[in-house]
Design a binder for this molecule. Structure first.
Ligand SMILES: [Zn+2]
Length: 78
């Protein structure tokens, strides 16, 4: 199960607080290796996303591809 999956961009805080980060929780020890594979896949995808850049349609500022909202104006990125 994923804890805090939607909390990061919920607007509670703009400061990244580890307690609010999404966390993959393994309920059954037998699923541990599957969980590790999922996290590796996610980290690899995030790395690829951060290598590309997205221009904000609202303000034109350039953002890393793994950003969900523009760092400059806060508008959601596509
Ligand atoms: Zn912007």
């Amino acid at each position: 199960m994923i804890r805090n999956e939607f909390l990061t961009f919920s607007g509670i805080t703009e400061i990244p607080i580890p307690e609010f980060f999404p966390a993959l929780c393994v309920l059954n020890d037998d699923d541990y290796m599957r969980a590790v594979a999922i996290i590796r896949e996610h980290l690899n995808a995030s790395q690829m996303d951060s290598d590309t850049e997205i221009a904000c349609v609202a303000c034109g500022e350039t953002n890393p591809g793994n950003f969900g909202v523009c760092w400059s104006c806060g508008k959601p990125l596509e």
